[in-house]
Ligand binder design. Structure first.
Ligand code: NAD
Ligand code: MG
Length: 389
């Protein structure tokens, strides 16, 4: 307690990542508002230990079991429970020791713990977009049943969420998701065919984890975000539009049925949507740099080049067709990005891999959760088999 205000107890799943680390900066700057109760990391045990020593959470989980003894040992002098392994991450999500989970694990691995938090009736600040891409219908339905609020952290979705505050009786005509275009905006296939991982890892506006940085370079990130938006805001596929806005100042927009457009703006800094999601429904003051309209500069917009960045076309197909197709797209993409990051396949091969996997794995219109898991596995196996050839 501080100043009569109960602190929000935060569980950070994926605390060693880009989002996790920035969330801890936000919490560190607001010790009267938040306490850290759970930290989980997959493999960076040294950072996880440092974070635990600083924030003194109730529970720490290291995903990679081989590293458990080191983490346990390093924290043995403190009243911190330490667990290891994938199952433990899920089990801790089911514990009643936190108010809000920051879902900041990357990829499909974030789905089970997030579902567990929802089952547990906890609020979820959702960075892990793959959770909604894979099983958005099931996740949102469960959140409704359990009255578990899902507050987006992804900057575009945070923008839409912020624009919706106070609009309880207004109908959305469409939403416009802005995309920076990534480091290869304006490039054509003859250039992209030779792109290597180090170049693709350099994003012009955002400093993020490796997977989402590659997804931003291929525009798959925006494709995933279209699907994420559909589920978060209960939209029809044709209500979701993507526009390239290289400056990343407008984070996204809503057009309401009277034609009025609301945008949320600011300098690109993930700490802002993280802070908004953790503190919701209030805003908290900070000293982040401000956007200044008086400085020379333009805000520009253009149509995405979907012929070159075909991932956007594939994701649009998955968005419209629904069923397990987004799950298949996501699984194949995770394999493709992993292979590209290890220099096993080229930049354009990533899209081919996703496309071939979408054609291969059988379509299911209304999958159960188990069928989503199965489709994910099948898609991974098939995509991986293409790389070995
Ligand atoms: P990251 O790679 O920097 O961090 C990922 C975190 O997940 C780490 O803590 C890692 O230890 C953990 N992790 C990795 N594999 C795991 C596994 N198999 N099981 C359990 N934990 C595992 O990623 P990030 O950039 O922080 O992104 C996290 C999520 O947030 C992604 O879904 C991403 O799309 C989304 N997101 C990130 C940003 C950003 O600016 N980084 C912006 C919007 C959305
Ligand atoms: Mg985003």
């Amino acid at each position: 307690m501080s100043n009569g205000v109960t602190k929000k107890r935060v569980a950070i799943f994926g605390s060693t990542g880009s989002i996790g680390r920035q969330a801890l900066e936000v919490i560190d700057a607001n010790p009267g508002l938040f306490s850290v109760e759970v930290l989980t990391g997959q493999s960076n045990e040294d950072l996880l230990i440092r974070q635990a020593l600083h924030f003194k959470p109730e529970v720490v989980v290291i995903g990679d079991e081989k590293k458990y003894p080191k983490v346990k040992d390093a924290l043995s002098a403190h009243p911190i429970k330490v667990f290891g392994g994938e199952k433990a991450i899920e089990e801790v999500a089911a514990m009643d020791i936190y108010d809000i989970m920051l879902a900041a694990i990357v990829g499909f691995a974030g789905l089970r713990p997030t579902l567990q938090a929802i089952d547990n009736g906890k609020a979820v600040a959702l960075a892990n977009k793959e959770t909604l891409v894979v099983a958005g219908d099931i996740v949102m339905q469960k959140a409704l049943e359990k009255r578990a609020p899902i507050i987006p952290v992804d900057s575009e979705h945070s923008a839409i969420f912020q624009c919706l505050v106070g609009e309880t009786r207004s109908r959305i005509e469409k939403i416009v998701l802005t995309a920076s275009g990534g480091p290869f905006l304006g490039k054509k296939p003859n250039f992209l065919v030779n792109v290597k991982r180090d170049h693709a890892l350099q994003h012009p506006n955002w400093n993020m984890g490796a997977k989402i940085t590659i997804d931003s370079a291929t525009l798959m990130n925006k494709g995933l975000e279209m699907i994420e938006a559909k589920w978060l805001f209960n939209l029809q596929p044709d209500q979701v539009q993507v526009i390239i806005h290289p400056q990343s100042i407008i984070h996204s927009m809503i057009q309401f049925e009277d034609g009025s457009i609301k945008a949320q703006m600011g300098l690109p800094d993930m700490k802002l949507p993280i802070q908004y999601a953790l503190a919701f429904p209030r805003r908290i003051a900070n000293a982040f740099p401000r956007y200044d309209f008086r400085k020379p500069g333009t805000l520009s917009f253009e149509e995405p080049d979907v012929k070159t960045f075909r991932n956007l076309t594939l994701a649009t197909e998955a968005l419209f067709k629904g069923g397990n197709l987004p799950c298949i797209l996501n699984a194949a993409n995770e394999i493709a990005v992993f292979a590209f990051l290890r220099n096993r396949i080229g930049f354009l091969d990533m899209t081919d891999l996703v496309e071939r996997t979408m054609q291969q794995v059988p379509f299911i219109e209304h999958p159960t959760l188990d069928e989503y898991y199965e489709s994910d596995g099948e898609a991974r196996d098939f995509a991986a088999s293409l790389i070995k050839l």
